[in-house]
Design a protein around this ligand. Structure first.
Ligand SMILES: Nc1nc2c(ncn2[C@@H]2O[C@H](COP(=O)(O)OP(=O)(O)OP(=O)(O)O)[C@@H](O)[C@H]2O)c(=O)[nH]1
Ligand SMILES: [Mg+2]
Length: 462
């Protein structure tokens, strides 16, 4: 099938690659390690990075990003280092790709294509595969199309051997385009059905439970924390985009309380927007949690930039989803408008065990937002368990509300309510009076409100 045949053309598996970038005055790359992240991404995709080239400019060259001289230099570097592929640290237009290729005579990939390629290799669930395929059709296809027509022109002139594709004629391209369009519609329909079902599940879960979302940059330690807290087998690994789909599990907070915790796909700087669109549904569930825990790897270089990326992406998703600050909730035969509530956010300063000096932690703790330093690795895996108790207490605070001392009088027969007070709060004393009991207890205010609704219960401040 033409579509899948073309997709293989962006693979960089085992190819020798050069990384290239045009640094503009406001580029948001990490100055300490300008190619660090792109290199990690390229290696995740299976490429062998053999060289790097960057140019500092006030504005990019419109047609080709880099200036003419720099492109010639890039060509020379490819020849010297025997590289088949050049990966740019930007999103390039199909036209720019074609123009650069014309000079450099090598396969040119942009950052988004590279990320899509990694996602394609990671997708295991049916939904993730559909989402990747859709994103590739939308993003990669137009680029491959122009690349191919270009390859056809330079075909056989050497240098492009690795790609080894015979350019299709115009007629073939037209057939491919139609097939791709049909495929896209079918994928969108199938994904729509899956996502509608998931939305109903999420709504039901939210109605009954307090929900907590783990979000953060890729490789921050979300899945590791998820596993440590829920003892659940989420896949955690030291590679980018280890997790592609949201997973939700019950997290037991002790004393009969618990919340639903969700692990999510990691963010990355300049996440391709086509990818964001198709993974948006996955994140939507999470940004509407009651509490967001933002996991940040503070031991890695560029933590500041990562923090900013995560916050900006979250705000974007919430804003897009909210539209005018309202969201429409639909059920069978009904719909209602609800104003969008922005969940509480707590930033978890992870991998504290890897810090070189404690002063690095102080910098983060001095920030104007709420933080908890943690070590997400379970003690069995060499972790220290640092901060996990504080985290539990913080989530309990969100769940139950601030604690107050109260005297609750209720019939002895209300055994369910008594059990709840005993397990979720701290009972300081009790007095029996015929068929009634008065419990002197410390309870969270969110726990007190439903008690007030229970018939026969009287609550006084202690
Ligand atoms: N030393 C140390 N390593 C950690 C800690 N937390 C996570 N790691 C390691 O960091 C790597 C990435 O962890 P993951 O949990 O897969 O990261 P993630 O945020 O789920 O990543 P994605 O799924 O790619 O978004 C793994 O090798 C973990 O063992 C920590 O507190 N200390
Ligand atoms: Mg993960």
């Amino acid at each position: 099938m033409p579509v899948s045949k073309e997709r293989t053309a962006i693979k960089v598996q085992a190819e020798r690659a050069i990384l290239a970038a045009c640094r503009l005055p406001n580029s948001n790359h990490d100055p300490e390690s300008p190619f660090g992240e792109l290199k990690a991404l390229a290696e995740q995709a299976g490429a062998v990075v053999v060289g790097e080239l960057e140019q500092h400019r006030q504005t990019p060259e419109p047609g080709s990003f880099l200036g003419k001289g720099k492109l010639e230099e890039l060509k020379g570097l490819c020849e010297r280092l025997d590289a088949q592929t050049v990966i740019f640290d930007h999103e390039l237009s199909p036209k720019q790709i074609a123009n650069i290729e014309k000079v450099v005579q090598r396969k040119i990939l942009d950052r988004s294509e590279l990320i899509l390629d990694i996602f394609a290799g990671r997708a295991t669930t049916h939904e993730a595969k559909l989402q990747v395929e859709l994103a590739q059709l939308e993003y990669t296809y137009p680029r491959l199309r122009s690349m191919w027509s270009h390859l056809e022109r330079i075909g056989g002139s050497g240098g492009m051997g690795g790609v080894g594709t015979r350019g299709p004629g115009e007629q073939q391209l037209e057939i491919d385009r139609r097939l791709a369009q049909n495929k896209k519609v079918a994928l969108q329909r199938e994904l729509g059905a899956i996502q509608a079902r998931k939305r109903r599940e999420v709504e039901a879960r939210k109605a009954e439970n307090f929900t907590v979302g783990l979000v953060g940059y890729t490789n921050a330690g979300k899945s590791t924390l998820f596993n440590t807290l829920t003892e659940g087998g989420a896949y955690a690994d030291d590679r980018l985009f280890a997790t592609l789909m949201t997973r939700t599990r019950k997290w037991d907070l002790g004393s009969g309380t618990g919340v639903m915790l969700s692990d999510t796909v990691g963010f990355v700087r300049d996440l391709p927007h086509h990818l964001v669109a198709s993974f948006r549904a996955t994140l939507d569930e999470v940004v509407h949690a009651d509490l967001l825990l933002i996991v940040l790897d503070i031991a890695s270089p560029g933590a500041e930039l990562r923090y900013k990326t995560v916050m900006d992406t979250l705000d974007e998703i919430i804003e897009d989803f909210a539209g005018g600050g309202e969201t429409v909730v639909e059920g069978e035969g009904w719909s209602k408008r609800e104003s969008v509530r922005v969940p509480e956010r707590v930033v978890l300063l992870n991998k504290v065990d890897r810090l070189q000096s404690p002063s690095e932690l102080l910098v983060w703790q001095a920030k104007p937002f709420e933080t908890i330093p943690i070590c997400a690795l379970a003690p069995e895996q060499g972790g220290t368990g640092l901060g996990l108790e504080e985290l539990r207490a913080r989530v309990r605070l969100s769940l139950l509300g601030r604690e107050r001392e109260v005297r609750v009088t209720l019939p002895i027969s209300a055994s369910k309510a008594i059990h709840q007070i005993e397990t979720q709060g701290a009972v300081l004393g009790r007095e029996y009076n015929g068929q009634a009991v008065t419990l002197h207890a410390r309870l969270g205010h969110r726990q007190i409100e439903p008690l007030r609704m229970t018939p026969g219960v009287v609550i006084e401040e202690a």
